[in-house]
Design a protein. Structure first.
Lengths: 40, 156
């Protein structure tokens, strides 16, 4: 079954969202963005 | 429209997560991913393994949207998130490879590209190899100075 553009856009949004969640998790582990300024 | 959607989503994720203080080094990840991806896709087309369908804006514009969108932006983000923690970096490679793999499955199922003499698992293999190579280059480019400082301070 061929995906319509809307189905494609929705499913790709889920993939992008999953990648985004992973990047937030890595951020929390590595502290790229959420640095604790009190330690500096 | 599929390639344009892919392009727009990639840049949204890029602007949400990019760390501009590291862009002077992480941009090399984008350029390297762009070059590697373009090389692989040129070979794929030339060897008649798969092709991008000529729908929408035409194959040339579709290729440009692909190279300037997901390849470049995800290359930059991958370099930015390269970790010296081996397990975390393995997970990074796995997650980025699976995300690319999933996006490719959607592209194929939507009819925006077509396999001729190719297979999904071959794509997954190429993704894993490319991201593993990128993580090696990324570690050198992103952490070279930090590693030198650790060595000079006595921490081998």
């Amino acid at each position: 079954m061929k995906l319509s553009i809307y189905e494609f856009a929705f499913l790709l949004l889920l993939v992008g969202g999953a990648l985004g969640v992973w990047l937030v998790v890595v951020d929390r582990i590595e502290g790229h963005f959420f640095k604790d300024s009190s330690r500096e | 429209m599929h390639w344009l959607t892919f392009f727009i989503y990639s840049w949204i994720i890029f602007f949400l997560f990019v760390d501009w203080s590291k862009i002077n080094r992480s941009v090399y990840g984008g350029l390297l991913a762009l070059w590697l991806g373009a090389l692989v896709d040129w070979a794929g087309h030339y060897l008649n393994l798969y092709n991008f369908n000529h729908t929408g804006f035409g194959s040339l514009v579709n290729s440009v949207l692909y190279v300037a969108g997901p390849l470049f932006t995800m290359g930059v983000l991958f370099f930015q998130y390269v970790s010296l923690n081996r397990r975390l970096q393995m997970a990074n490679v796995a997650v980025f490879s699976l995300a690319y793999f999933a996006a490719e499955l959607l592209i194929i199922r939507a009819g925006a590209a077509r396999y001729i003499h190719w297979h999904y698992l071959a794509s997954l293999g190429v993704d894993l190899i490319v991201f593993t190579a990128l993580s090696y280059a990324g570690e050198i480019i992103m952490y070279r100075k930090a590693k030198v400082q650790v060595r000079e301070s006595g921490g081998q």
